[in-house]
Design a protein around this ligand. Sequence first.
Ligand code: AMP
Ligand code: MG
Length: 306
Amino acid sequence: MGSEFKILLYTLDADSARLASRAAFDRIGRLDKVLSDYEPDSELSRLGDASGGPAVETSEDLFDLLRRSQEISDRTEGAFDITVGPVVRLWRRSRRTGKMPDADLLAAARSRVGYKKMSLEAKTRSVRLAVRGMKLDPGGIAKGHAAHEAIRVLKRRGIDRALVAADGDIVVSGAPPNDPEGWTIAVGPVASRDARPVRALKLRDAAISTSGDLERFVEIDGKRYSHIVDPRSGLGIVRRGSVTVIADDGASADALCTACFVLGPDRALPLIESTPKTAAFFALVTDSGLRLVESRRFKGYPVVRP
Ligand code: AMP
Ligand code: MG
């Protein structure tokens, strides 16, 4: 998944802490093997290789992630789309060259993107990618999902005071012993590395994800294109700043967050307000300064000094 995972947990003795964290890291490692889009031999990559052909039977881990992805795509009208791989690859190249993707290549890539071109059959756990050359990109959902799976491994071992973090994706179980209100999490804006967080809140039994344009973007003719793309237009998002989403589970927080960055606050907020137990916070960089937008439930979290 190209990122570092950190686990914090509380147990009564060091040995069970070590054993438990090892089991949680093993789970993350196994998911990484299945879901990697960098490893040509991963199950996810091989599914891409089979695009345009008949349906392929998949492992529970891969099927589960794809099912979650499709749900979020449906709910966000395709703003989140795990089939966005061909377009993301073109923009990765643009970040190296500093040039816009070639129009013909972009059109070709777009024709291979679209969650409706991926069909899932639950009974046989089989997946069909309808168009040859489709590529799945787990980057917008896998880290939150894996962090949540790690928390589940710990829970099964009776450890219910833990935090798992992978860059901008964090999942927590019960509150740490020194603070019954929950874990203190500081939130964006991530407009610059040393920008101070504008909010800090207490969280337990929840997942929180932040997406934004801090680290990965390309500037072309004065416009700054993010590594997050609109799957429908194939263009990098030009919005600046970050969005944070809180949800019940890691995959939802991660994927909804990526979708919210694509949609922007005006289109994202109605979706967030109508999704139970979900909250969002935008910290956008505009010409006239920072613009903060909070969803109704976000305002309800206990806020502490950052
Ligand atoms: P995140 O940091 O969770 O917002 O994920 C960003 C990553 O998700 C990018 O680096 C791409 O690999 C992938 N991605 C970009 N745009 C989208 C999108 N619209 N839907 C799903 N994944 C995306
Ligand atoms: Mg995400």
